[in-house]
Design a protein around this ligand. Structure first.
Ligand code: DTR
Ligand code: CA
Ligand code: ZN
Ligand code: ZN
Length: 435
């Protein structure tokens, strides 16, 4: 049933808002492969790695640059933690500007050697400072994710490989050396390379690389689940180590929180912070542990883990998870009481997953009027979308990822929608849960 809803029309004389008993039943359609949910990455652990990298810089002339003692000390620091966690590590040496450089490669034993998922970050700083955001942040985030893989004893379908690159600041030298010395047969086994360079900027934006659609979507889904808007990374093409992999045809993606470019007022509206540089200490001596936004570092570290867990699940088709959907239209009274659409979940053992997919399809002009919640069978409320007086766009048609792992799966789940401002109207078109 489709209602024609004129823009900002006076409230239509709609029939009484209907709350229909939900249509339930597992969909006949196969669902996306269910994957293990990534653990939370403790940001305190990531910050400890940054403190250790800061100490290394302090003890080595104030930097961790290529050819300096601080860089080799950084490599040895990361390598020791990975060796202790059960990784197979390799230090790859190269020469640039007459000095020896080092890449660190860490392979997690197991997985299909013909399907390799890589994550990487450059470990070198510029010579003017400790390089804690650029790029201790990316290096520490993938280090802690690698340690989380070990703690979990993860055995993904794909083979996991992590890389810490040397001499990125001098022109992606280390990652280029790695790729150029990788036989073509080995390159073709890499299903994706994820790059993390500056992911804790003090005045952060949330940028996602748009080089590969599947990798991009994986990151965007994660941030959508947090309710954090993202933008496509436009500044970075060719400006970090993902370019070395992209140049030989390997799918790439990654995250970025901004460098010396200034945050616009629209971005301030979106992300908070100030209309100043995302990182005013970019390539400066003030790029220390004080130059980190903990929330950005935390969110991006968790996004790294989400991508590793999700993308390493492999292309084998695990049994489809159950889907429950209600496609009955439910009118939403203008500036009125909340209405609900219900799905009755049955036959799912245990609790709901940490990545419960909540498919929402609401047709409504000026969607900012709406508050949208997921209500679990025990009455727990998960806000999916807050009221926004400024969001004038139409319709809410997206999939949220909700950590519902504390909820028993079976029972009546409700999508609750309330229009909290006059004029624009609409209806719930469908509500879907994918376990
Ligand atoms: N080239 C990186 C910093 C950098 C600047 N723009 C982007 C975009 C995407 C990733 C990284 C960057 C450096 O100075 O290390
Ligand atoms: Ca976290
Ligand atoms: Zn840099
Ligand atoms: Zn960098």
């Amino acid at each position: 049933m489709n209602l024609s809803v004129p823009r900002r029309a006076a409230a239509l004389s709609l029939t009484a808002a209907l709350t229909l008993a939900g249509f339930t039943g597992a969909s006949a359609n196969a669902t996306p492969a269910a994957t293990l949910a990534a653990p939370d990455i403790p940001v305190a652990n990531v910050k400890q790695h940054l403190a250790d990298l800061q100490s290394i810089a302090n003890a080595n002339g104030g930097n961790r640059a290529h050819g300096r003692t601080g860089y080799k000390a950084s490599i040895d620091f990361v390598k020791a933690k990975l060796d202790a966690a059960g990784y197979t590590t390799t230090i790859q040496q190269f020469t640039y500007n007459g000095t020896t450089g080092y890449n660190l490669i860490a392979d997690w034993p197991g997985g299909d050697p013909n399907q390799v998922l890589m994550a990487g970050a450059h470990l070198d700083s510029v010579s003017s400072g400790a390089g804690i955001n650029d790029n201790g942040s990316g290096s520490a985030a993938i280090l802690e994710t690698a340690l989380a893989v070990s703690r979990a004893g993860l055995q993904p379908t794909k083979h996991l490989r992590f890389g810490w690159w040397g001499a990125e600041e001098l022109g992606l030298v280390g990652s280029k050396y790695y790729v150029n010395n990788l036989p073509t047969t080995e390159r073709s086994k890499i299903s994706g390379y994820l790059n993390f360079d500056m992911i804790g900027s003090p005045n952060p934006g949330y940028f996602v690389y748009d080089d590969d659609p599947a990798i991009e979507q994986t990151f965007k889904d994660y941030f959508a689940g947090l309710g954090v808007p993202t933008e496509i990374e436009t500044e970075g093409d060719g400006r970090s180590d993902h370019a070395s992999f992209k140049n030989v045809g390997i799918p790439v993606g990654g995250l970025f929180t901004g460098a010396s470019r200034v945050k616009t007022s629209a971005q301030v509206q979106k992300w908070g912070g100030t209309a100043t540089a995302f990182d005013r200490c970019y390539h400066s001596s003030c790029d220390t542990t004080a130059n980190i936004n903990d929330t950005a570092l935390d969110r991006n570290s968790d996004a790294v883990a989400h991508a590793i867990w999700t993308l390493s699940a492999g292309t084998t088709t695990p049994p489809p998870g159950p889907v429950f959907e209600n496609t009955a239209d439910v009118s939403i009274p203008d500036n009125g009481a909340a209405v609900t659409s219900t799905v009755n979940v049955t036959g799912v053992t245990g609790n709901a997953p940490a990545t419960l997919k909540v498919g929402v399809d609401i047709i409504h002009t000026w969607r900012g009027d709406l508050v949208v919640d997921l209500v679990a069978p025990d009455g727990s409320v998960y806000n999916l979308k807050p009221f926004s007086s400024s969001d004038s766009a139409d319709n809410v048609q997206t999939t949220y990822t909700v950590n519902a792992s504390s909820e028993v799966a079976n029972g009546a789940w409700k999508l609750r929608v309330q229009d909290k401002a006059a004029y624009d109207t609409g209806y719930i078109n469908s509500f879907k849960l994918t376990f």
